[in-house]
Design a protein. Structure first.
Length: 300
């Protein structure tokens, strides 16, 4: 079955309109009756097919008592629902919740993620995630707890039946994010995640030197009903690439990473070796810390 022609903007607009109608405790037919539309017109709107003026959309949102910020957002999308590709510029830093990304994660069927120097977001332990956010120079410190919860919710939005493949550079396994406990905890979390039947973890060895993923991290999502897209996150923006030639380019990178990375068993073995090698160092550090806090023996 061919994929439905739609865009990320159109899907977000349709989802927002459906939420507005549901939030007003209305059915599509009841909403249509109030604004004197055919029910089919409401259906076309929520499915991104257009068929109404921006003023008519504003009237419908008003009937549903949508707050002003959401009205402004949906009206700004309505005239652009046909545009493929979406560069969302966030200002000083990304918002606490990445609405568009979360909504697409909820309906994805496959997820492929690559990172050059960190563990990908969807594989991060809570402590690791917190330390990554704490290191940010742009995100407000008083938002740390809320941002941690938002990113954990983003992880949870990836359903257990979604086929996930993660490529991680070996350097990311050695990077100390937080202390020894956080580092070991993250490696153990990777081993735990690797046991899930829907998760594949592949490590790109450092000995390969230059590789296909040098341009930076990205996440590719595919869907049952829609064409795939690629999400690229920067310090203060999100890019959703949807053009077919752009997606083809990223798929070329994924094929190259598959060729250059260790297989699943070799990758798990590498993580295990590193975890086991770091344990004695952690235990030694803990012993030294304990000794440093012990009282001096009394004089003879």
């Amino acid at each position: 079955m061919p994929k439905r022609i739609s865009t990320a903007r159109g899907r977000e607009f349709g989802a927002g309109l459906r939420a507005a109608i549901a939030g007003a405790d209305l059915t599509a037919r009841a909403a249509a009756d109030i604004v004197d539309w055919d029910e089919a017109k409401v259906s076309n709107m929520v499915n991104g097919k257009g068929g109404a003026t921006q003023l008519e959309v504003a009237v419908l949102l008003g009937v549903c008592r949508v707050n002003a910020e959401e009205v402004a957002h949906l009206l700004s999308l309505y005239g652009e629902t046909h545009i493929r590709g979406w560069w969302q510029q966030h200002g000083r830093c990304s918002p606490i919740r990445l609405r568009t990304v979360v909504e697409h994660l909820k309906v994805a069927t496959t997820l492929i993620s690559w990172h050059t120097h960190l563990v990908p977001l969807f594989l991060q332990s809570t402590d690791y995630l917190r330390e990554v956010l704490r290191a940010s120079s742009t995100a407000p410190a008083d938002e740390l707890t809320e941002r941690v919860q938002a990113q954990l919710a983003m992880q949870a939005s990836v359903r257990r039946n979604v086929k996930c493949m993660y490529f991680i550079h070996e350097f990311a396994l050695h990077l100390r994010v937080g202390g020894a406990e956080v580092h070991l905890g993250q490696l153990l979390h990777l081993l735990f995640m690797a046991n899930r039947p829907n998760v594949t973890i592949r490590i790109v060895p450092a000995v390969h030197g230059a590789h296909a993923g040098l341009a930076g991290p990205f996440t590719q999502l595919t869907f049952a009903k829609y064409e795939s897209l690629v999400w690229v996150q920067t310090e203060n923006s999100s890019l959703l690439a949807e053009a077919k030639d752009a997606i083809n380019g990223y798929e070329t990178v994924v094929r190259a990473l598959k060729e250059q990375s260790l297989d699943e068993a070799e990758s798990t073995a590498l993580i295990t070796r590193l975890y086991e090698a770091l344990q004695p160092a952690r235990d030694k550090a803990a012993t030294m810390e304990t000794r440093s806090t012990e009282p001096f023996p009394p004089p003879a």
